[in-house]
Design a protein around this ligand. Structure first.
Ligand SMILES: Cc1cc2nc3c(=O)[nH]c(=O)nc-3n(C[C@H](O)[C@H](O)[C@H](O)COP(=O)(O)O)c2cc1C
Length: 358
């Protein structure tokens, strides 16, 4: 039987007269550490949370089928608290997509999403991301491969596609018509063209006509809109105006892991700093360098440092968390000089001591 988590969450959102709220995939932002924080502060899994689905950052299907597989699998780490969670893959090689999809299904993901919208040149060079829009035949084969891969793992999990409304210009009909022939359950549509990158406001004014068009071909398809949804209030407004099934929020979550908390939890500056300290330590512990012990053939034990993710990733978060108070700019600059969690905690604690009555 098909294990389609979408049916349950669509029903729940419908009963509450609200859109589905989905966390957008963002490379080097929504990693397992940030997602864990989002789950905690957005109270995921409780009635107080409006978040319905987690998404991983995108992962290369080719990479998952190569010797760097073990390193890339770090981007597929998730906790039990994050279900339902969808793994996002990119790639244009059919065989690799099938194998990568099988792996994701074996790892217990609830769905597989294929990136067909990323404008990054290094991704497009591989024929993946937004370049898929130029080669619908291959795009269709890639969807089938993801579908078959999950079934190779004996998992009937749903497949979705995240794409845009055209390549150089707004021209979604022929493109969507092609991919909708394949067995996808859900379409995530970023209301911008590839050429527009994120430089112009998302074309939410087209949402209704795109929904009508998609439903004329596939009445059952779940449609998620993406682009410039700021927060819960904005998501509900867009849902009421367009009738879209759900919204996917990306940049709105920066520096606000509590965004999906339904009761509108707004932390004090001191609480924000405590969350930032927690975030930094968790990042270092989970994604920083790690020491592994290797037992050699002669029985000797040697230690090896496996390099982790760059600490520079945390600095993107600092920009988002540290704002809205006098001296924020100078303080942010100070934070940018830090290179590990101990240094970060030290200057944040000093700031807390100087500025708050404890
Ligand atoms: C730093 C960053 C990384 C991103 N990485 C991905 C990715 O891995 N996969 C993907 O499909 N989209 C990625 N995106 C695009 C977002 O998922 C989303 O489509 C886009 O930001 C528009 O939504 P927003 O206005 O809510 O941010 C990324 C965007 C940003 C800003």
């Amino acid at each position: 039987m098909q294990n389609n988590f979408w049916q349950d969450i669509v029903k729940r959102a419908y009963d509450m007269d609200r859109p589905l709220f989905i966390l957008a995939p963002m490379a080097d932002v929504t990693d397992c550490v940030f997602r864990e924080l989002i789950a905690k502060y957005s109270k995921f899994g409780t009635k107080e949370s409006l978040l319905d689905v987690f998404w991983t950052e995108f992962v290369s299907a080719d990479g998952l089928c190569s010797p760097v597989r073990e390193v890339l699998k770090r981007d597929l780490v998730y906790s039990d608290k994050e279900h339902p969670i969808v793994a996002q893959l990119f790639g244009s090689n059919v065989e690799n997509m099938r194998n990568a999809s099988k792996l994701c299904a074996e790892l217990g993901f609830d769905g597989i999403d294929i990136n067909m919208g990323c404008p990054d040149k290094s991704i497009e060079k591989q024929g993946a991301g937004a370049a898929m829009m130029k080669n619908p035949e291959n795009a269709r084969a890639i969807i089938r491969a993801a579908y078959d891969g999950a079934r190779d793992a004996k998992k009937e999990i749903p497949i979705s596609v995240k794409t845009r409304i055209g390549y150089n210009k707004i021209e979604y009909k022929t493109w969507l018509e092609e991919i909708l022939k394949e067995p996808i359950t859900t379409l995530i549509i970023h209301f911008r063209t590839r050429k527009e990158m994120s430089l112009v406001p998302a074309h939410w004014e087209l949402a209704r006509e795109i929904i009508d068009y998609v439903h004329s071909l596939r009445p059952d398809l779940i449609i998620i809109g993406n682009g410039d949804v700021l927060d819960i209030t904005d998501g509900i407004k867009k849902y009421k105006e367009t009738g879209i099934d759900g919204v996917m929020i990306g940049r709105g979550i920066f520096g606000k892991p509590w965004l999906f908390n339904a009761i509108g939890f707004e932390p004090t500056l001191k609480q924000k700093f405590e969350i930032l300290i927690e975030h930094t330590h968790n990042f270092e512990k989970t994604l920083g360098d790690s020491l592994i012990r290797i037992i050699n053939s002669d029985g000797r034990i040697t230690e090896k440092v496996v390099p982790g993710k760059s600490f520079a990733i945390m600095k993107k978060h600092y920009k988002a968390y540290i704002n809205g108070f006098t001296g924020a700019k100078e303080f942010r600059e100070k934070m940018m000089q830090c290179n590990n969690a101990t240094e970060v905690e030290k200057i944040l604690r000093e700031f807390i001591k100087e500025n708050f009555v404890l």
